[in-house]
Design a binder for this molecule. Structure first.
Ligand code: PLP
Length: 385
């Protein structure tokens, strides 16, 4: 979906930023999404997945809402520490860590870690008196385009034997966790996986293994990327149904990333070059796949665009990023306004896995970030491409 708007109205966006490319973070939107997901998942402790966007103002916004944090490295812990966030509000959920990472995280005061295999358990033995561990299980959501259960997660049938080994090693596994995959279309797999974990908890008790007292249902809560807000209330309904079967002694956690961070930022770009080539007009923007838009390659994303132009001519066109690499392409359109130099392009819902993975390839810096209220979306001429 692309909105084409008069070039002069780009000032609504340009007034917000000092330069382009620039990401605009809106704390009110972030608070709104956090509130909506909290309401849709009552009695679940949300740990924001820092990996999806570690922008300090975003982390502060969530901290001020009373949120907790899911971290995957000591560098992420350091940012939270710097913001004055206590380690008791952090869980370290990376299933495979170096010894140095573990040592640093423990030194910072983080006490929850995740494993999905026995070799990872051995790494935690030196810290067994001061930490608790969750066992990550693998549940693949058929409707989540970004899989996170092939690379990580023990098969459910291996859980009891890993718990046995942990017990013999003096490591307290008190939780189960999973991530069904990012950008899930429904919460059916979250709900089924939670139900399976509850069954497993009973088997753990029957076997006389240390009690499981928490289940972390991971991330995977979606952003729509269409301008339509996600209805978290209905999305989470299958999870809420299973929540009614959770015994009082089991705490439920979740690790949302994208659902919170994506809608909280937009990306302001400019046309920095253009050329008519064999396959149509090429428009070169000042951000591309090596900047905030790697999700196009890694996650198959098509971000919603608004273009501000005074052009009234149309042509086939190709959008490209600013680097010399030919893979740095942002989309092809059979018919599109022929943009002019310095025309403005806004990409919406650009907060998730954008800034977090931006590189300095070609010596080109990632977008700068400002904290401002996002403008209301005026859609005067909406074209579908
Ligand atoms: C362990 C863990 N938790 C949470 C998340 C956040 O997932 P999402 O952004 O889909 O909510 C991820 C994403 O990679 C993850 O690996």
């Amino acid at each position: 979906m692309i909105d084409v708007l008069p070039r002069e109205s780009a000032s609504t966006w340009l007034d917000l930023v000092e330069t382009t490319p620039s990401l605009v973070f809106d704390p009110a939107m972030c608070r709104h999404k956090w509130g909506a997901l909290t309401k849709a998942l009552p009695d679940i402790t949300l740990h924001y997945a820092v990996k999806s966007n570690p922008y300090p103002d975003l982390l502060q916004t969530i901290a001020a809402e009373g949120g907790c944090f899911d971290v995957s490295s000591s560098a992420e812990i350091k940012i939270l520490e710097y913001l004055g966030i206590h380690p008791s509000r952090m869980i370290h959920t990376h299933p495979v860590k170096t010894d140095v990472e573990i040592e640093r995280a423990v030194a910072s005061g983080v006490t929850t870690f995740v494993v999905d295999n026995v070799d990872e358990l051995w790494k935690l033995i030196p810290y067994r008196h001061v930490i608790l561990v969750m066992l990550r299980l693998s549940f693949i959501a058929p409707d989540a385009p970004i899989d996170l259960s092939r690379k990580f997660g023990a098969p459910v049938q291996d859980a009891l034997s890993i718990l046995d080994v942990a017990k013999d090693s003096g490591i307290r596994i008190d939780g189960l966790c999973f991530h069904v995959g990012s950008q899930a279309a429904t919460a059916n797999t979250h709900a089924d996986a939670l139900a399976t974990c509850l069954e497993l908890c009973k088997k753990v008790r029957e076997k006389g293994l240390p009690e499981i007292v928490r289940i972390d249902i991971g991330g995977g809560f979606p952003a729509r990327y269409t301008g339509e807000p996600v209805d978290f209330e209905s999305f989470c309904a299958p999870i809420r149904e299973v929540l009614t079967n959770v015994p009082d002694h089991i705490q439920i956690l979740a690790e949302p990333g994208r659902a919170i961070s994506a809608p909280s930022m937009a990306l302001v770009c400019k046309v920095i070059g253009r050329a008519k080539r064999r396959d149509g007009w090429w428009f070169y923007l000042d951000d591309g796949v090596y900047g905030a838009q790697s999700g196009r390659i890694f996650d198959g994303m098509r971000y919603r665009m608004s273009v501000f132009t005074s052009s009234n001519e149309q042509s086939a066109c190709v959008f490209a990023g600013p680097t010399c690499d030919s893979v740095d392409e942002l989309g092809r359109y059979p018919e599109f306004p022929v943009l002019n130099m310095n025309d403005i392009v806004i990409f919406h819902e650009m907060g998730a896995y954008t800034l977090a993975s931006a590189t300095h390839f070609n010596g080109i810096s990632p977008p700068s970030v400002v904290t401002r209220a996002l403008p209301d979306q005026v859609q005067e001429h909406r074209l579908s491409f």
